[in-house]
Design a protein around this ligand. Structure first.
Ligand code: DC
Length: 227
């Protein structure tokens, strides 16, 4: 089958909107592949810090994006392990610092360009659920279903707080809220591929809604669609 025949569902939205959990659950229910595009940006940020690359050096960052290898190893009932240049980096990638660095390097157009083909290579039969900021607008504009998730900043901060605490990170709610607002502004205001819903995206506000209900709603849309 050529790539054009392989269906894609895109799930975009800001940090803490529930994208990751919802996309992963949806991919599992459909038996499709899953792309966590944020992990690619986080991995490039991490590799750049290992190589002591100046975050203002766009050319070096773009080279780093082209050269960094990222491998996902699935685990039953748990988040996948992520290897960056062969080094198991799953928990280093989840920190707020890794998120902020990813957001900074993601504003560099050459970094984004270097990751386009890598992201599209995840489109494999029988289908792909792609999670990110520009999946529906730039990477997979032809996706069969595009979803844009939102939630209030307070609720997103609270979700991140619970997630990070569960993983053993020391964080405070007020710091997380501040970081989330700063990251939202940077991701939404950058000139290239800013965080915004595709014109044909379904908008879902997940404030006060459980993950399962959102997954059911998106799943119903996918199953109703003749792809
Ligand atoms: O989804 P995440 O929190 O893991 O993403 C981390 C950062 O990476 C996010 O703040 C912006 C950037 N990113 C992006 O610019 N485009 C994407 N498709 C995914 C993430």
């Amino acid at each position: 089958m050529d790539k054009a025949g392989i269906p894609v569902v895109t799930i975009d939205g800001p940090s803490g909107s529930g994208k990751g959990t919802i996309s992963r659950a949806l991919a599992e229910r459909l038996g499709w592949h899953f792309l966590d595009s944020g992990a690619l940006y986080r991995a490039v940020g991490l590799a750049a810090s290992w190589a002591d690359i100046d975050l203002n050096d766009d050319d070096a960052l773009a080279r780093c994006a082209a050269e960094t290898s990222v491998q996902f190893v699935d685990r039953k009932g748990d988040d996948p392990l992520v290897f960056v240049n062969g080094v198991e980096s799953s928990s280093d990638l989840r920190t707020e610092l890794a998120g902020a660095t990813a957001s900074a390097i993601a504003a560099v157009p050459a970094v984004r360009a270097a990751l386009v083909d890598k992201q599209r290579s995840f489109r494999q039969a029988p289908g792909l659920v792609a999670d990110g900021r520009d999946m529906g607008t730039v990477i997979f504009p032809e996706a069969v279903i595009k979803v844009f998730l939102t939630a209030s900043a307070d609720e997103r901060a609270e979700r991140r707080y619970k997630q990070l605490k569960q993983k053993g990170f020391e964080v405070t709610l007020s710091t997380l809220l501040r970081e989330i607002l700063a990251r939202d502004a940077r991701d939404a205001e950058r000139p290239v591929a800013p965080l915004k819903p595709a014109s044909d995206a379904i908008l879902i506000d997940t404030t006060g809604i459980g993950i399962d209900e959102v997954v059911d709603r998106v799943l119903a849309q996918v199953l109703a669609n003749p792809y």
